[in-house]
Design a protein around this ligand. Structure first.
Ligand code: GUN
Length: 299
């Protein structure tokens, strides 16, 4: 049996190319005395969230951009958090404001995300921005789905006319990605199946995929028997599994990458696949927000 030479779609070169494209736009803003600025709200002490926010703000600093993290106690009240968001909505030095998810259970994420000024909602999670995306007229596209499109384009993966199967219906990845991949756009035009925890016979659907995007949050959910050889796999999962390494955990995707080598046409590694693109798109959206606030139009 001939084996496929699987392409490992790493995110770093895609992110690097994106930063190169952003540099002249950042320079134009700099000439006007504007430094794109991000403020991230980190509520509570979830260690994974702290790492994600740290990698976002570090990248901003590396690029000479402004990034600030507001760390807030895990037992903060809804009203106190709303007051912090209102203060930051009004702070001109921040063009982007993000609330790192997940939030502690007592806080209503939907209400809080609705309180972020839509013009600063660089995550694209506000219902106004999600609605614009669904209507085919996006203002800010959520970072991970946008990063996945960039990754596919970089590696020359055709989307149009193919069957994309998404596993996971979150507002952060699955739902916006379904809208983007099915949009009447050169980067879309796929036929989309959206699977979730209520899907009967998941493997039946994943085997139909030309393009399989897994964002389920379940380590190793998709196994080789669930795919058809030649499939392109994007693994969005980043799960901590306990082990005896110095860190005390190991990062695993929703797909077992090793076992897909020789079967998939292409696959993203975990870590180092989609992750760097989520950060790159956050920078891109923040630059866009700064341009809009300054009335700068880029082509
Ligand atoms: N939690 C997991 N992914 C994300 C993201 O893209 N943005 C925010 N704010 N929180 C997240």
């Amino acid at each position: 049996m001939s084996s496929i030479d699987t392409v490992l779609m790493t995110g770093k070169p895609v992110a690097t190319a994106l930063y190169e494209r952003l540099k002249p736009r950042i320079e134009v803003l700099g000439q006007k005395g504007i430094t794109p600025g991000l403020v991230a709200l980190l509520v509570g002490d979830d260690p994974a969230s702290a790492i994600y926010v740290g990698s976002k703000t570090r990248k901003f600093e590396e690029l000479g951009l402004l990034a600030e993290t507001r760390t807030l106690p895990g037992d903060i009240s809804r009203d106190d958090l709303l007051a912090v968001i209102a203060e930051l909505n009004a702070a001109d030095r921040f063009h982007g404001l993000l609330v790192q998810l997940p939030l502690p259970n007592h806080l209503p994420a939907n209400d809080l995300l609705e309180s972020v000024a839509p013009a600063k909602d660089i995550d694209g999670f506000h219902p106004f921005n999600l609605g614009r995306l669904l209507a085919g007229n996006p203002t800010f596209i959520p970072c991970t789905p946008q990063g996945i499109l960039e990754l596919l384009s970089h590696y020359g993966i055709t989307v149009a006319g193919r069957h994309a199967v998404i596993v996971g219906r979150s507002n952060i990845v699955g739902k916006p990605l379904a809208a983007l991949l099915s949009a009447k756009q050169p980067s879309g035009n796929a036929t989309v199946t959206l699977c979730h925890t209520g899907t009967a016979n998941l493997a039946h659907h994943t085997r139909q995929a030309d393009l399989l995007i897994v964002a389920s949050g379940q380590a190793g959910l998709v196994t080789p028997d669930m795919v058809t050889p030649g499939v392109v796999i994007v693994d969005v999962g980043i799960n901590r599994t306990g082990d005896d390494s110095p860190k005390g955990y190991h990062l695993r995707g929703d797909v077992d990458t090793e076992k897909m080598l020789g079967i998939a046409q292409a696959i993203t590694p975990v870590p180092g696949g989609v992750g760097p693109l989520t950060v790159a798109m956050l920078v891109s959206n923040t630059v866009l927000a700064a341009e809009r606030s300054a009335g700068v139009v880029h082509n």
